[in-house]
Design a protein around this ligand. Structure first.
Ligand code: FMN
Length: 143
């Protein structure tokens, strides 16, 4: 694993109509706990019912979580964007970082854009992960 680096998986999906603050809060709480147990870190963005998530860690751990996520009925249209190995963990301080672009969910945010924005832009020089570029572009556009 060491020589391959960190397994990095990203996807987008669409939240179901029934999703409210409480359900998203529950998803976040259980994700943080579960991911910490498996040494998985990452970020989840929510914007107008759409999710974008990056998971990183050992390949087996990330894949086992993603298998559950893919069949979770609280969202659908789960489309994997990328699965690859990258040199370093990008979200080591977040068992699941969360950033919402809908004001009613902002109390759940636990993510400092500015800190990560600078970090990602520095990492991009040596990092080929297209989902990190996507994330950096998204932050460029939306703050
Ligand atoms: C958008 C979205 C993101 C999720 N992210 C994670 C995650 O990062 N980690 C996790 O363990 N579960 C995540 N879940 C929940 C899983 O789909 C699933 O409910 C959970 O892993 C079930 O765990 P259990 O089998 O131990 O009950 C997410 C669900 C949704 C809808």
């Amino acid at each position: 694993m060491e020589s391959q680096g960190i397994y990095h998986l990203s996807y987008v999906s669409t939240g179901c109509d029934c999703l409210r603050y409480e359900q998203i809060s529950e998803i976040l709480e259980s994700s943080k706990k579960h991911n910490a147990e498996l040494g998985v870190t990452g970020i989840l963005l929510y914007c107008n019912k759409h999710f974008f998530q990056i998971l990183e860690g050992e390949k087996e751990a990330v894949e086992s979580i993603f298998e559950k996520i893919a069949i979770d009925c609280r969202h659908d249209n789960v489309i994997k964007l990328q699965s690859t190995f990258i040199p370093n963990r990008q979200f080591e301080h977040w068992s699941m970082g969360f950033k919402s672009y809908n004001r009613e969910l902002s109390p759940l945010d636990n993510f400092n854009n500015e800190e990560f924005y600078n970090y990602v832009h520095n990492q991009l020089i040596e990092n080929e992960a297209v989902s990190l570029k996507l994330l950096a572009n998204f932050f460029d556009l939306n703050g």
